[in-house]
Design a binder for this molecule. Structure first.
Ligand SMILES: [Zn+2]
Length: 293
């Protein structure tokens, strides 16, 4: 069996990896993300050629429209409206599989990370935004329209009076989970409740020092995260929730979450398992390499 090559395209850097059939890293390289569309296509082509023979999976913000075959919803704006996958296949000379970065993280963690050995793995990446991915028996669930596992754009479940009116989301709807369960959401919520404009890191630090206002903001974040997770449990009742992203180091969002999820579960007693992602920032490129598995 040949190598698996993974590419992780980000806003500032492109990571490449090649994994041997045994799963060992046999090639690794990082380059800065070029500022033009043509530059990105040729940089990825060059990285793959350097990595050698093998299947190619690419993790990238955005997705391919199945209707038009043009790229959409990418924060690398110059990729939108372009036949990105086709142009990459031409540059590389091989067929490629492409997925958004959260789906690549999810796959990597499910196959040989924190979700290894579990059948149904629900993955969250909690950072400035809230990404999600669902893996069942080692296979990514992408859905009929490529929109499965978009946990950040499910609605905040069971909103209470203080949460009205619901916050608008960039996707055009109101009340998306990402607007609440993210570093950005925590910051905005704290500012709204207290008038203090401080970073999410500072909110956490103050909460740990016993600051009542910061503790209340952190508790609202936990409660909302638990509702989002319990809502997912109503659909697939995952064997494990894996939490990655910048905020995953918080015990408040990992160790303290299961009893809160339980409270919002249908029975009120369901036991949820919540663990921290293993591969850190390498998840994206490792998952991309696994897209052909
Ligand atoms: Zn949304």
């Amino acid at each position: 069996m040949s190598n698996r090559i993974g590419i992780d395209l980000g806003g500032t850097k492109i990571d490449a990896i090649a994994l041997s059939a045994a799963g060992e890293t046999v090639f690794e390289k990082r380059v800065a993300t070029p500022k033009t569309y043509e530059g990105v296509v040729s940089a990825i082509g060059a990285l793959v050629h350097e990595a050698g023979e093998g299947s190619v999976g690419i993790g990238s913000p955005g997705s391919n429209s199945r209707k038009t075959n043009l790229w959409r919803n990418s924060n690398l704006l110059f990729c939108n409206g372009k036949p990105f996958q086709r142009d990459l296949e031409t540059a590389i000379g091989r067929n490629v599989k492409m997925e958004n970065d959260a789906n690549c993280f999810a796959l990597s963690e499910a196959i040989d990370g924190a979700g290894q050995g579990y059948s149904v793995v629900a993955f969250f990446t909690v950072g400035t935004a809230l990404g999600g991915g669902l893996v069942v028996n080692g296979k990514l669930v992408v859905g009929a329209n490529g929109e499965a596992g978009e946990f950040g754009h499910t609605a905040l479940p069971w909103p209470n009076e203080s949460e009205w009116p619901l916050l608008p989301c960039f996707c055009g709807k109101k009340g998306c989970a990402e607007q609440y369960v993210s570093g950005t959401g925590l910051q905005r919520d704290h500012s709204h409740a207290t008038g203090e404009n401080i970073t999410s890191k500072e909110i956490v630090a103050r909460a740990r020092r016993g600051d009542a206002k910061a503790s209340a903001s952190l508790q609202r974040l936990q409660d909302r995260f638990a509702r989002v997770a319990a809502n997912i449990a109503c659909v697939v009742d995952p064997d494990v929730f894996v939490i990655g992203g910048g905020l995953n180091e918080l015990p408040e969002l990992v160790e303290q979450l299961p009893p809160l999820i339980s409270r919002y579960s249908f029975s009120g007693t369901a036991v949820a398992k919540v663990v921290r992602a293993n591969h850190g920032e390498k998840s994206g490129v490792r998952g991309a390499a696994r897209l052909w598995d």
